[in-house]
Design a protein around this ligand. Structure first.
Ligand code: BGC
Length: 536
């Protein structure tokens, strides 16, 4: 078979039509509703107890750390109180062996060491004076430190939150798999390792990255109507949005499990955990490459939407599609043209030890490289194939075939992303509710680096009758770069104020209090001086 038509055939397997998009939106809205009504639904729809978003006037110096999928970031953030902030940050790749470590200690002690390094490098004086003061207090009946940094911990995995800085891991995603962390309080795990190093840091708040992104976007671009949705399209994917409190009906059935909620805004931010949309596969597309990827992943049958959308998986989908073509003797992909076509393995120009033959061997950044390649004869793609993937002397036709399939995988991901965005916009009735634009904050490597990702999203939004070309124009999508760090700092600020403001008796009285952010966030961001009411 000619290479071009073989590539077109594979690319067609990734087509996600207008009808597919609309079926997807319908199912997404149904599964959102189901998650709001009961615990344990496919889409978790986790109540965050955050009942308002910031307005840009918040001030102070805070720390934040972000355990995402690929990197661990440590930052300090100065909020200036005028919708701007300054950020100092360091970033380190999380070693792969720690993602599947035997014990939580291995991962969390690594994180604490990075915090120590950051403090020594960027806040050396503060750190040193803490060490000296601490030493001078030994034997004087205890050490009290007023200069402890409050830290917002962005932990980008599904967590059941039980308090402003308490929450247990529901399940790992994005290739992490450390059994003994599941069910544990991740803030306590981090605090323990911080204390073991005697660092002047208190884990003050636990935040999902999407909630942080929503907060950060609201802080930096406060509009009349505030931001509706914070979404991540990076290593993983997820969204948190502002929902009507009355629609989070499962709160009523949670009984003692639920904290009392400040109802004054009538809203609550809900962490959808949409990565697990349609785990039972009623509407999601399912090519043979998707099927095999899932079967051989650490969590088969879970995060099925994420496995078709996010950066952790797109490279692997493409790799599987390429290898399938390479292994098809009738398709001359990456073959030595001078040799006989009878035995494809003896004529391939791929190094046998190429990452193309290894699971997760193809990085998703390759999709961005090849989709954005405008060099003549796709020279950049061919060079990358050579240098990074051991494919010597790929032809322009080879590169074109790979690019075609990569573009199809990327476009399907963007159209699926549009399904999630549209479902949130439609189910909250946001276009009808206000004459203003609907504001959405996004972050993550895909939206940032994949060429035309937003254009593809917009194209799909126009395909949806409830949005259409008019509605699509009124949806404002803005990058909230490093949003989760700033958002975590904002929530740490709230937690800190609440702690210093006096004995937060109700909040800390019992460990099982759900939703420490309730009321606290509202009273701060809403500028209201209200009593925090928590059921214990
Ligand atoms: C996690 C979410 C997170 C998202 C983006 C997903 O795998 O389950 O909690 O928000 O990745 O980082």
């Amino acid at each position: 078979m000619a290479l071009a038509s073989a590539a077109e055939r594979v690319a067609a397997e990734f087509e996600y039509s207008k009808e597919d998009v609309n079926r997807g939106v319908q199912a997404f809205i149904e599964q959102m509703d189901e998650g709001l009504g009961k615990v344990g639904a496919t889409m978790s729809q986790i109540p965050t107890y955050v009942t308002a978003v910031p307005n840009g006037t918040e001030k102070g110096l805070y720390m934040a750390v972000d355990l995402g999928g690929t990197n661990f970031r440590v930052c300090s953030i100065q909020l200036h109180g005028n919708s701007t902030f300054s950020l100092t940050q360091s970033k380190v790749a999380i070693p792969k062996d720690l993602m599947v470590a035997k014990t939580s200690h291995e991962l969390f002690s690594f994180l604490a060491k990075q915090i120590e390094l950051f403090l020594k490098t960027h806040h050396g004086e503060h750190y040193q004076s803490h060490v000296e003061r601490k030493a001078s207090m030994i034997g004087l009946g205890g050490y009290k430190d007023e200069e402890i940094f409050s830290l917002g911990f962005t932990f980008s995995f599904p967590v059941q939150q039980y308090g402003i800085n308490k929450g247990t891991l529901i399940r790992w995603t994005k290739g992490f798999d450390i059994h003994d962390t599941v069910g544990k309080d991740v803030c306590a795990l981090l605090q323990k390792e911080i204390d073991a190093l005697s660092l002047p840091v208190r884990v003050a708040a636990l935040v999902n990255d999407t909630v942080g992104t929503l907060m950060a976007r609201s802080y930096t671009s406060p509009g009349k109507t505030g931001t509706l949705l914070g979404a991540i399209f990076g290593t993983g994917t997820n969204g948190a949005y502002v929902e009507k409190l009355g629609k989070v009906t499962k709160l009523k059935n949670m009984g003692e499990e639920a904290g009392e909620i400040d109802e004054s805004t009538g809203e609550m931010i809900v962490n959808t955990e949409w990565g697990s949309f349609d785990n039972h596969m009623s509407v999601l597309p399912d090519t043979p490459y998707d099927k095999d990827l899932d079967k051989e992943s650490v969590n088969p049958g879970i995060q099925m939407f994420e496995k078709r959308v996010s950066g952790m998986f797109l490279g692997e989908i493409l790799r599987r599609a390429i290898v399938a073509l390479v292994n098809d003797p009738s398709v001359p992909l990456f073959s030595d043209e001078d040799s006989s076509r009878n035995d494809v393995h003896s004529t391939t120009i791929i190094d046998p030890s190429s990452p193309l033959y290894q699971q997760w061997g193809l990085d998703t950044s390759f999709l961005s490289i090849t989709s954005g390649d405008s060099s003549s004869g796709l020279k950049v793609t061919r060079q990358t194939l050579d240098v990074d993937y051991g494919v010597s002397a790929a032809s322009a036709e080879d590169a074109e075939a790979v690019r075609l399939i990569a573009a199809a995988v990327g476009k399907r991901a963007a159209r699926l992303s549009a399904v999630a965005i549209a479902a949130v916009v439609i189910s909250t009735d946001s276009l009808a509710k206000t004459g203003d634009d609907v504001d959405i904050g996004v972050d993550g490597s895909l939206v940032e680096f994949y060429p035309n990702f937003e254009d593809y999203i917009r194209e799909a939004l126009r395909d949806i009758p409830q949005i259409g070309p008019q509605g699509e124009k009124r949806i404002r999508i803005g990058i909230a770069k490093d949003g989760s760090g700033v958002g975590a700092a904002l929530i740490a600020l709230v937690a800190d104020k609440a702690m210093r403001a006096g004995p937060p008796t109700e909040v800390t009285r019992r460990d099982s209090v759900v939703g420490g952010l309730s009321g606290l966030v509202q009273s701060f961001f809403g500028g209201l001086n209200r009593t925090v009411r928590m059921r214990v």
